[in-house]
Every structure is written in structure tokens, then in C-alpha cells.
Design a protein around this ligand. Structure first.
Ligand code: SF4
Ligand code: SF4
Ligand code: SF4
Length: 235
């Protein structure tokens, strides 16, 4: 199965359940109060602000030196279509129909099945940051991690034949003291990144006042990616 098809399946799975308040449950900054000695890096995607421009995807491709057209983060057109396709309502590429987008990428689970099943230690948690990442030299290409991920968020890099996931640009940006590439490039402030265990961080303060949801909490993976769903104001 090609990467594109696999990742579209991921889109479908996430989209079907995405940003629905009931089964997701609201989360808040208090969720992380039990472990304040270590950093816990989280990313927040605010659906109210995302325009679906796709700059984050391009930034990811460049920053992580991925094969042409590939990215560790995708944008799903939540009202039914897929990025790059015509509007499902009117069929036009540009229209006035309502459009909502949702980020699709590794959820950076606190309980990460991809790490548990990896027989070689290639998929692992960085001891300093706690971020789920890869030791590419150890990867056997067995794809166990891909099968174990409930979000279909992993893929094989066709250039290297090694499994990969979004690790918040751990080596390409964070190690240099920079924000993840997608966060840097988003002009609409739809992406926020930081240490939720730092009481002075913006992300801590944001999630203290904004309700957010996690994808598929029933799997017990405790994702570190938070979503602020579109809120429609009454008239
Ligand atoms: S760059 Fe920002 S606004 Fe554009 S698609 Fe990505 S998250 Fe949405
Ligand atoms: S979303 Fe998938 S790839 Fe990412 S940490 Fe969770 S199980 Fe691993
Ligand atoms: S494909 Fe690589 S990272 Fe995934 S389980 Fe196999 S050895 Fe581990």
C-alpha cells in the first residue's frame, strides 16, 4: 500500500472522530500537574485560526529533508474533502463554502504503542525531552510501529526505507533552540508549541483558559497534540 493511501486512511480515521466534543472529552492544563519536574512538550492546533494554507506542510518537508511532496504533517479538509481536492460542496477549488481544517500528524503519545512494539529500539523516547523520535540507524523497516499506531501517523520514508514520525522537529529545530518548522511558518497563529509543565509558558496559560480535545482518548495513549475545535457563536 502506498504511503499516500495509508496516510489518507489516517485522515479518514481521524476525521471521522475529529473535534467532536462528546467522545473526546475536554482537557485542560491540570492534566499534567502530576509530573512538573520534567518538560512535557505539547502542540496546540486551533481550528478557529487555521486557513488550510498548507505552509506548515511545506515547512516540514524542507526542515526535515523529506522526499518531494512528503510531510510529517498534513491538513485534512474536515468537511469531507482532502487537501488539494476541489470543495466537496460546490466542486470548485476556490469557493465561499464553509471550510474547516484539522492537523493530521503524530500525536506524541505519552503511552506510545509504536515505542512499545519496536523490536530494535529505533522508535524510542528522547530521554531529555520525552519526545517520541527515531534512531534511524536501528530501524529494520519491519513496520510493526506503523501497525501499532492507532492514528496511522507513521510512515516509511521512501528515500531511506526507514520509519518516521513527526517529532516536533527535535533534531532539525528544537536542538538549535528553535520552534518546530510548522509553528514558525504558520502566519495565522494556528499552532502553538511549548512545555506545558512550565507555568510561565504561553502554552500552559493558553490551555488553562481554552478547552481542548485529544484524538481517540479511548486508546489510553494520552496524546500531546491538543485541538481547539471551531466554536460557532450564537446570533
Ligand atoms: S500553516 Fe497554519 S494556517 Fe496554514 S494550514 Fe498550517 S496550521 Fe493551518
Ligand atoms: S501517534 Fe502513533 S507514531 Fe505518534 S507517538 Fe502515538 S503511537 Fe507513536
Ligand atoms: S519499522 Fe523500524 S521503528 Fe518501526 S518497529 Fe520496525 S524497527 Fe522499529
Amino acid at each position: 500500500m502506498s504511503e499516500n493511501i495509508e496516510r489518507r486512511r489516517f485522515l479518514k480515521g481521524v476525521g471521522a472522530a475529529s473535534l467532536i466534543w462528546g467522545p473526546m472529552g475536554c482537557t485542560s492544563v491540570e492534566d499534567d500537574s502530576s509530573n512538573t519536574n520534567k518538560p512535557h512538550y505539547v502542540m496546540v492546533f486551533d481550528q478557529n485560526k487555521c486557513t488550510g494554507c498548507g505552509e506548515c506542510k511545506l515547512a516540514c518537508n524542507t526542515a526535515n529533508n523529506l522526499p518531494e511532496g512528503k510531510s510529517k504533517c498534513l491538513m485534512e479538509h474536515q468537511s469531507g474533502g482532502v487537501e488539494g481536492k476541489a470543495c466537496p460542496h460546490c466542486g470548485k477549488d476556490k469557493c465561499n463554502c464553509e471550510r474547516k481544517f484539522v492537523r493530521v500528524s503524530c500525536q506524541q503519545c505519552k503511552n506510545a504503542p509504536c515505542v512499545s512494539v519496536c523490536p530494535t529500539g529505533a522508535a524510542h523516547r528522547d530521554p531529555k525531552t520525552g519526545i517520541v523520535t527515531m534512531d534511524k540507524s536501528k530501524c529494520a523497516g519491519c513496520k510493526y510501529c506503523i501497525g501499532a499506531c492507532p492514528y496511522n501517523a507513521r510512515f516509511i520514508n521512501e528515500d531511506t526505507n526507514v520509519a518516521d514520525n513527526c517529532d516536533f522537529c527535535l533534531s532539525s529545530k528544537l536542538s538549535k533552540g528553535e520552534l518546530p518548522a510548522c509553528v514558525q511558518l504558520c502566519k495565522y497563529d494556528a499552532l502553538v508549541f511549548g512545555d506545558i509543565n512550565d507555568p510561565n509558558s504561553y502554552v500552559n496559560k493558553l490551555l488553562a483558559v481554552k478547552d481542548s480535545v485529544r484524538m481517540k482518548p479511548q486508546f489510553g495513549t494520552e496524546p500531546s497534540l491538543r485541538y481547539i475545535p471551531v466554536v460557532k457563536l450564537g446570533v
